[in-house]
Design a protein around this ligand. Structure first.
Ligand code: HEC
Length: 406
């Protein structure tokens, strides 16, 4: 089995082989080698007013946490929920490469030197008000949202009125939270007909809702992940559609403003291939106590399709999620593999260059669940059977793919 764990072992070997900065070799420095990596992969969250608990946007800040930076990147915990693919990068996860991890390692070993500050340093780029530019339409919840100071994880869903004068083609959406440090993730969907009464005022949910695949639009995560379809793909919204947004907040120990603005971006001219969603997974299963189980679900493409995005959903017993392609010639490719799964960071992974999969390709999603003594979710208790279900204590296996005709 290919797992995040074995790739970590492989990486340890690389670090061992390359990590020795030989005598006479100039060590990496903050300004020349570390700062560009931090600005690309870390400071979208680790900056003043960002969602992470501390900034990493100056030499002093990076120096103070140098060994933590090294550790968090080696174990692939930061940036959160990094993934890999045989089909290039995903737009929204600027992962740290193995070569960069070696550089960080050498930098820390050399005492984390500052290096020569560029004579005219680029000012710390302030993120624009909207990362994708001014939206075509902005929606807001109808009332104030107060996130309680503490308690169990806080999930709220809101129906939003859209009032489209005609069908429209959505190409992107972004969120601007009132308090960036509390909003962890959001799912946007076309509102299903059946929702709790007063859904416009919001209702609580136990965890991610089980929305029909065809209603799902996309997911949002903080820092740098707007949901944005690659050139030429759109999601058609029908006149009369209303939206449903589900938000996951974390608690900070004080009451916070959970308000947000949802910015929508429409494609106004030119062709656009409509994306449709296909869901893989299983509805009803049990992960037996003291067992490690890999569940799989697959489907075969009847015609060539462009794979635009992957949205994996699983919870605390899941340790590894992968989506493989078995091509018609029998060769296997990895479309998507989590290096370290964290259910709180679930996001929509949109391919920077969506691969075209030929007719006859089998797409197979797999999730490995660990339900033994070593599973962190079993800390302080004896493992017991974990069923699939709607709450955070249960498991799910749901992988939604967005496809577009080539
Ligand atoms: C998407 C937002 C985001 C990005 C990008 C990100 N972080 Fe973090 N980071 C967080 C949050 C939030 C926490 C606090 C822990 C948590 O809530 O998971 C954190 C915690 C940390 C910690 C403290 C961990 C501990 O156990 O004390 C370190 C060190 C860290 N990040 C380094 C980095 C580095 C280095 C990068 C870039 C390579 C990075 N982070 C990218 C959001 C982010």
């Amino acid at each position: 089995m290919r797992s995040g764990f074995t790739s970590l072992l492989g990486l340890a070997g690389v670090l061992f082989a390359l990590g020795q900065a030989g005598p006479g070799k100039t060590p990496p420095t903050y300004h020349q080698d570390i700062r560009p990596m931090l600005e690309r992969s870390c400071t979208p969250c680790h900056r003043a007013g960002g969602m992470a608990p501390f900034a990493l946007d100056s030499y002093a800040a990076a120096f103070k946490r140098a060994s933590l930076i090294r550790y968090q990147t080696i174990i692939k915990a930061m940036p959160p929920c990094v993934v890999r693919s045989d089909f290039g990068d995903f737009c929204e996860t600027p992962a740290v490469t193995d070569a960069e991890i070696v550089t960080i390692q050498n930098w820390v070993r050399a005492g984390a030197p500052e290096g020569v500050r560029p004579s005219n340093p680029a000012p710390n780029a302030r993120p624009p008000r909207w990362r994708l530019g001014p939206p075509d339409q902005v929606l807001r919840p109808s009332g104030a949202i107060e996130v309680p100071a503490e308690g169990s994880p806080y999930w709220r869903a809101y129906r939003l009125e859209l009032k489209l004068p005609a069908n429209a083609r959505l190409r992107a959406f972004d969120l601007r939270p009132a308090s960036p440090n509390v909003l962890r993730s959001a799912l946007l969907a076309i509102a299903p007909a059946k929702l709790p009464a007063g859904a416009g005022k919001g209702f609580s949910t136990a965890a991610t809702m089980n929305l029909p695949a065809q209603n799902l639009i996309g997911a949002w995560a903080p820092g740098y992940r707007a949901w944005s379809l690659p050139n030429g793909s759109v999601r058609t919204l029908q006149k009369g559609d209303r939206l449903l947004i589900q938000l996951h907040y974390r608690q900070t120990g004080k009451k916070e403003d959970g308000g947000f603005e949802l910015g929508l971006y429409f494609q106004k001219s030119g062709a656009g291939a409509d994306v449709r969603s296909v869901r893989l997974g299983k509805e009803s299963f049990v992960i037996p106590a003291n067992k490690n189980v890999t569940l799989a679900s697959e489907f075969r493409l009847a015609s060539p399709q462009r794979l635009v995005s992957i949205l994996p959903e699983a919870r605390f017993f899941a340790s590894w999620i992968a989506v493989e392609a078995i091509l018609p010639d029998g060769s296997e490719k990895m479309l998507f593999e989590t290096l370290r799964w964290d259910p709180y960071w679930a996001g929509n992974y949109v391919f920077a260059a969506p691969p075209i999969l030929p007719a006859g390709t089998v797409v197979r999603a797999k999730v490995t669940y660990n339900n033994d003594e070593r599973c962190p979710a079993n800390e302080g208790r004896k493992p017991k059977d974990v069923p699939s279900g709607p709450t955070l204590a249960d498991e799910i296996f749901r992988v939604t793919l967005q496809l577009a005709g080539p």
